[in-house]
Design a protein around this ligand. Structure first.
Ligand code: IPM
Ligand code: MN
Length: 356
């Protein structure tokens, strides 16, 4: 298996290093051979090449079996024009690799219940949600423009979807729901947005092909509220790009920290991309404080969704559980009586656990 590694900016390189450690441990334990190739993206690519997404990076990624990404962005590049910002590199690679389906599982580790701001009466019901976010369409990729008008400057971002874009992700979502609790909530704003009305029309038609999945619709404002009121009611949540971005950050807090959530992006080609959902957190970069578990769990998703290695992916999850069981915590999930560890140590603990 050939993997492209994009360390990125801020805490990206630190957490990626821990993910690599864990992958090496998996390769040792299961006698697997992974080949790594580094590629540039975001701020570090801007510094070295002048652009956030060099052509060479796309070439490298296309020739690999999977891509692992740390995180991109930072204040150093914030004043650059939109197309030259690190984020443009991230959106660009998603588009170039046609990664239209972003899987963001939100699982509660029972050991971290105290780190969640939710009340025990809600947590005790448990939850296990799979947010499926459309990743290459909608307002992120629609026309963006600014014009001078008599009333001042006018700016817009167009939220647009084709029936094809909706259908392909809906089919993936229904297939995933089939392998889970067979429940799907399609989140939209169909009481206001035309693009949401099209989502309802297309998904309504597709539903007929998956009669075993119980599907329903929910407005995004209500979904945001229901996520904190009763997260246990959700299984698969399917939604468009911007809503998925917002809801997944909200959902991450249910489990206590953004530092715990991995993601996988699948699409039209064999190359898939795996990244923690957190950003580059420039404020804590280089301080050995970042939680590497989202990156490590993203590696687990790479084994499962990238290479079909269920057993190996299971070993990663088990190791993370073990380390949490033993009371080790990074600062974002720290609780009284637990043992505080840094990024590096957390990565080593998980890796050692896999080898043992
Ligand atoms: C994410 C991030 C990105 C997004 C940013 C960095 C462009 O927030 O992956 O959720 O909005 O998609
Ligand atoms: Mn986000």
């Amino acid at each position: 298996m050939k993997i492209a590694f994009i360390k990125g900016d801020g805490i990206g390189p630190e957490v990626t290093e821990q993910a690599l450690k864990v992958l090496n441990a998996v390769s040792e334990r299961f006698k697997l051979k992974f080949e790594y190739q580094e590629a540039l993206l975001g701020g570090s690519a801007i510094d070295k090449t002048g652009v956030p997404l060099p052509d060479e990076t796309i070439d490298i990624c296309m020739k690999c079996d999977a891509v692992f990404l740390g995180a991109v962005g930072g204040p150093k590049w914030d004043d650059l024009p939109g197309k030259l910002r690190p984020e443009a590199g991230l959106l660009g690679i998603r588009k170039a690799l046609k990664l239209f389906a972003n899987l963001r599982p939100v699982m509660l580790f029972p050991q971290l219940r105290a780190a969640s701001p939710l009340k025990e009466e809600i947590l005790s019901k448990g939850f296990d949600i799979m947010i499926i976010r459309e990743l290459t369409g909608g307002v992120y990729f629609g026309e963006k423009k600014r014009v001078e008008t008599a009333e001042g400057i006018k700016a817009w971002d167009k939220m647009e979807y084709t029936s094809h874009e909706i259908e392909r992700i809906a089919r993936i979502a229904f297939c995933i729901a089939r392998k889970r609790r067979k429940k799907m909530t399609i989140v939209d704003k169909a009481n206001v947005l035309e693009s949401s009305k099209l989502w309802r029309e297309i998904t309504g038609r597709i539903m007929a092909d998956y009669p075993d999945v119980e599907a329903s619709y929910m407005y995004v404002d209500n979904a945001a509220m229901q996520l904190v009121r009763n997260p246990g009611q959700f299984d698969v949540m399917l939604t468009e790009n911007l809503f998925g971005d917002i809801l997944s950050d909200e959902a991450s807090m249910l489990v206590g920290s953004l530092g715990m959530l991995p993601s996988a992006s699948l699409g039209a080609t064999k190359v898939r991309l795996f990244e923690p959902i957190h950003g580059s957190a420039p404020d804590i970069a280089g301080k050995d404080e970042a939680n590497p578990l989202a990156a490590i769990l993203s590696c687990g998703m790479m084994l499962k969704y990238g290479f079909g290695m269920e057993k190996e992916a299971g070993a990663v999850l088990e190791a993370v559980n073990n380390v949490l069981d033993k009371g080790y915590r990074t600062v974002d999930i720290m609780q009284p009586g637990m043992t505080l560890v840094g990024t590096e140590k957390m990565g080593s603990l998980v890796a050692e656990c896999i080898k043992a």
